[in-house]
Design a protein around this ligand. Structure first.
Ligand SMILES: [Mn+2]
Length: 266
């Protein structure tokens, strides 16, 4: 039976060329696995460390990954892309040229009878009003328009700088028990969702909440983790690019004692 795959936080373009080449190979081998075994693929944000597309120009350097995603779509695999905080300047290149819908905001979707909710995970920290305000400005039509007037050779370094600043900023956030993500997942599950999927924290996590599950996808910088759904179970796995097989990942669990029980509404 064909499976549904989920991954996030590859941050293509983050490192030097050699490291990026190696990361690209890892990701491409995983995408080949999806090509053979998947019916759908969800990218839960931050595929790119920096992405800004002009009306007629897209950033260079990601050609192999983009063309692999195009192949998946041609093979009939539905690919979905939820923008993260590093790639929210996505416009219509993915939907128009590749047939990959881009979601700018968190969304829910029923897959094989289970109710999923997807959120990249940014801006959930309990007192993160500063970031939410910054995001509003960065995503505003005026900022994007003004930015698009600058020559691409100039905007790339500026954006890379802002992307590093964003990582530094979110990197300082406490991604522990108070990251706001678990609380958010609890809320969504109490609203009736079965599975809540997020990324952004760069640490894989599979956490049961009453009858639901919160999965954090980890990243492709240190963990190579992804989730797989077979219609019944959601599983967090680790991609071994050399062996080209998935391995069961260690599951860092959240201490139950620190969790507040959440009542599930019927
Ligand atoms: Mn992120």
């Amino acid at each position: 039976m064909k499976k549904i795959f989920f991954f996030s936080d590859v941050h293509l373009g983050l490192h030097d060329t050699a490291r990026e080449k190696e990361k690209e190979q890892r990701l491409l081998s995983f995408l080949s696995h999806v090509e053979k075994n998947g019916e759908q693929l969800f990218i839960i944000g931050d595929l790119f460390d920096y992405w800004f597309e002009y009306k007629n120009v897209i950033p260079r350097g990601y050609h192999h990954v983009i063309s692999k995603l195009a192949t998946l779509v041609e093979k009939g695999i539905a690919v979905h892309y939820l923008a993260g905080n590093h790639d929210f300047w996505l416009k219509d290149f993915f939907p128009k040229e590749l047939g990959i819908p881009v979601y700018k905001d968190p969304f829910g979707m029923t897959l094989l009878g289970k109710k999923f909710y997807f959120h990249h995970g940014d801006g959930l920290a309990l007192n993160d009003a500063g970031y939410r305000f910054l995001k509003k400005i960065l995503r505003s039509r005026i900022s994007i328009f003004l930015y698009s007037l600058v020559h691409p050779d100039w905007t790339a370094p500026i954006a890379q700088g802002s992307s590093h600043a964003s990582r530094k900023y979110t990197g300082h956030k406490d991604f522990g028990e108070t990251d706001g993500m678990i609380q958010f997942a609890e809320k969504k599950i109490s609203e009736g969702y079965d599975i809540v999927i997020m990324g952004h924290r760069h640490k894989p996590l599979e956490h049961t909440i009453n009858n639901g599950v919160y999965v954090n996808l980890g990243d492709w910088i240190s963990y190579n983790t992804y989730a797989e759904f077979d219609g019944t179970n959601i599983e967090l796995k680790e991609w071994n690019a050399t062996a080209k097989i998935p391995a069961k990942t260690k599951r860092p669990s959240v201490k139950r004692a620190q969790r507040k029980p959440v009542k599930r509404k019927k």
